[in-house]
Design a protein around this ligand. Structure first.
Ligand code: NAD
Length: 474
């Protein structure tokens, strides 16, 4: 059994693509390696004693700047993991035409063990260490949330940066994923889960791809299993059930699995977890204790959404997975060995470098908003509204002068309104996800060396990065 680590898996996937692309070996090596990884160990006096924390910020590629990638808070954080995540960020940005290089950060910490006040002090100190080395900077290195962090931590980091750069007019652009009231953007918190929904909608628009996975029809009525009901898993599950008629039949969490073949109420489960800290005692469903929660990855379903940690689909379970489609909402949930087995068995994998790009896509919009110092839609929304109303009034006038019924109020309300920031963010995200899927699909159909979405995605990104380096004279 080949036990690939997350980093090994990323390298195997990269190398097999590069070999087929016949890239110049020197250039391939330049694209492969992480440019730099900074390790910091800092002390914070808490509860009467000094606690030392270890954190990382890795920059994988600076072919575009700033570099971009989240900051993860977890005890499992280590240099290998941070570098693998930074690598994926590079490919993700290239694939979706987000003009950033790849980076990632992490802090070895269990955030649940500290109070909010303590976490703020730890975060500010970590941010201070990175900011003073320009490893957080609006034009060089822009973090975002990842597992264990959210808009609260991003607000602390932004404030820390502003305190240390009091005259930087673009200070707010030093980090994304901030609260909307503090220079954030509407739709960022939901973005990665929303992107998973848009990716699946695009997949289901292509009948041949759907049939290739052994499915038919649309998302309506499809059975879904989700692992991890955090930011990404919750939003993906919520939108797929509320807006597309999919049915989430199992949610696998850290402390157990909730199973309900008639469909789980995601909003209620999310609230239950927030209030009680876990899935235990969730009413109206079977709750299985944490003994072997990952076993539920192997249950019968149409779509499996791993949205927690890496390496959960591996050689130990790849033969037993019954899902027809796996959409990698998490980073690196499938090891390279499992990827091979699953593909051989005809399982369609919508890969992480595409599937969870929604976060960085909307982070890009937030960064542009911060640099432009104006919310999207502010200039044109009311103009659009006025023009649409004029058009509808004129149609109504013509209809009534011909003795016909006028436009219905429902249609008028929907059509007349100008696009607000959230509408524009969702539209931009949808467009980017659709274009990127179509790009991968066209590539795999035009070149039989890349027969699956992951290898096509890698190949497309590597070609774009190689072109960017070539333009720099490399
Ligand atoms: P989160 O911390 O909000 O949620 C993670 C969830 O997974 C939690 O509910 C946690 O209890 C659960 N979990 C952890 N370990 C588990 C296990 N072994 N089994 C079952 N459940 C487990 O994190 P998130 O931001 O939703 O990130 C989840 C994944 O998505 C990560 O791989 C992250 O890198 C990736 N991702 C996140 C974003 C983003 O915008 N937040 C963007 C791209 C990719």
């Amino acid at each position: 059994m080949t036990n690939h680590s997350f980093r090994d898996s990323t390298e195997v996937m990269f190398q097999s693509t590069v070999d087929k692309l016949e890239l110049d070996p020197g250039l391939a090596e330049k694209i492969r390696i992480a440019n730099s990884t900074y390790t910091v160990r800092f002390g914070v006096k808490l509860r009467g004693q000094i606690h030392t924390f270890t954190g990382y910020r890795s920059v994988h590629s600076e072919h575009r700047e700033p570099v971009k990638g989240g900051i993860r808070y977890a005890l499992s954080v280590n240099q290998d993991e941070v570098e693998a995540l930074a690598t994926l960020m590079t490919f993700k940005c290239a694939l979706t035409d987000v003009p950033f290089g790849g980076a990632k950060g992490g802090l070895c910490i269990d955030p649940t063990q500290w109070t909010e006040e303590e976490l703020e002090r730890i975060t500010r100190r970590f941010a201070y260490e990175l900011i003073k080395r320009d490893l957080i900077h609006p034009s060089q290195n822009v973090p975002a949330p990842d597992m264990g962090t959210g808009e609260r931590e991003m607000a602390w980091i932004a404030d820390q940066y502003a305190r240390m750069h009091t005259t930087d007019i673009n200070a707010a652009a030093c980090v994304t994923g901030k609260p909307v009231g503090q220079h954030g953007i509407k739709g960022r918190t939901e973005a990665t889960g929303r992107g998973v929904q848009y990716a699946l909608r695009e997949f289901f628009r292509h009948g041949e791809d759907v049939a290739g996975a052994g499915l038919s029809g649309s998302l309506e009525g499809k059975t879904v299993i989700v692992q991890g009901l955090g930011n990404v898993g919750y939003h993906a599950a919520k939108f797929l059930t509320e807006e597309d008629g999919a049915k989430v039949i199992a949610v696998i969490e850290r402390d157990g699995t909730v199973v309900d073949r008639s469909g789980i109420n995601i909003e209620a489960l999310h609230k239950h977890i927030a209030e009680t800290g876990g899935v235990a005692n969730f009413p109206n469903s079977i709750v299985l204790s944490a003994k072997a929660p990952a076993r539920f990855l192997e249950e019968e379903c149409d779509i499996l959404i791993p949205a927690a940690v890496e390496g959960v689909l591996n050689e130990g379970n790849a033969e037993k997975i019954k899902a027809k489609v796996i959409i990698e909402a998490a980073n690196g949930p499938t090891t390279a060995a499992a990827d091979r087995i699953l593909r051989k068995r005809g399982v369609t994998i919508i890969p992480d470098l595409y599937a969870n790009a929604g976060g960085v896509i909307v982070s890009y919009f937030e960064w542009v908003k911060n640099l432009s110092h104006m919310r999207f839609g502010r200039m044109q929304r009311r103009l659009e509204e006025t023009q649409n109303a004029m058009l509808l009034d004129e149609i109504d006038r013509v209809l009534s002068s011909n003795g016909l019924n006028g436009i219905s109020e429902g249609f008028r309300d929907q059509y007349a309104k100008g696009a607000c920031e959230l509408d524009l963010v969702r539209s931009g995200l949808d467009d980017t996800m659709r274009e990127a899927y179509q790009g991968m699909r066209a590539f795999l159909r035009s070149d039989d060396r890349f027969p699956d979405l992951r290898s096509a995605g890698y190949a497309l990104s590597i070609q774009k990065i190689a072109a960017a380096y070539a333009a720099k004279g490399l």
